[in-house]
Design a protein. Structure first.
Length: 184
């Protein structure tokens, strides 16, 4: 993932043992790399309002019943212009179906928070917390070297909705990567 520059601290939510370098690690369990123990499932981030320049959240959001509650808190703690870096499993990822996962994500899940996207315009009442999507990638499994995999990765990058409608279960996507800038 890229890095967040500017004033404030960097936080890795749900980091487990794989904390992002230079960040405070926050998790519900005290493990190596965890600096702050906190229950993020209720959407409470133990940092002051507008005190964080960057939030990393790698394969954690899917473990929550209400990802929107955590996104609201992330919006609260980020400084104006702060960045959120997210990685979540795509709904077609066979590994995503396990008892620990509570939420599933498609390529347009985060669009509703961006007032410049079609979904963000249609459902502007959905959330008061707004972000601008800086980068979004639908990433297919790289370990599968099937002849059509590279073509489908190109299609997933160019027309993600077409990929999801017609090919997601032929060649499943591994994850969705999203980088968003908070709008305040």
């Amino acid at each position: 993932m890229k890095s967040a520059a500017g004033p404030g601290v960097c936080v890795d939510l749900g980091c487990g043992k794989n904390k992002q370098p230079g960040c405070f690690g926050v998790d519900a369990v005290l493990l190596d790399g965890v600096d702050v123990v906190g229950d993020l499932s209720r959407g409470n981030i133990p940092f002051r309002t507008s005190s964080v320049r960057g939030v990393y959240c790698s394969h954690f959001l899917e473990h929550l019943e209400d990802p929107g509650a955590l996104l609201k808190e992330i919006h609260r703690v980020l400084v104006p212009g702060g960045r959120l870096f997210l990685r979540v499993p795509h709904y077609s990822n066979y590994a995503g179906f396990n008892p620990a996962h509570r939420s599933f994500f498609g390529q347009n899940f985060f669009d509703i928070y961006d007032p410049d996207t079609d979904l963000g315009k249609r459902f502007d009442y959905f959330s008061d917390e707004k972000f601008r999507i800086v980068n979004k990638e639908l990433r297919l499994f790289k370990t599968w070297k099937l002849p059509y995999t590279y073509l489908l990765q190109w299609l997933a990058s160019w027309k993600p909705a077409a990929y999801e409608c017609h090919f997601a279960f032929l060649s499943p996507a591994e994850e969705i990567y999203v980088e968003m800038e908070v709008l305040k």
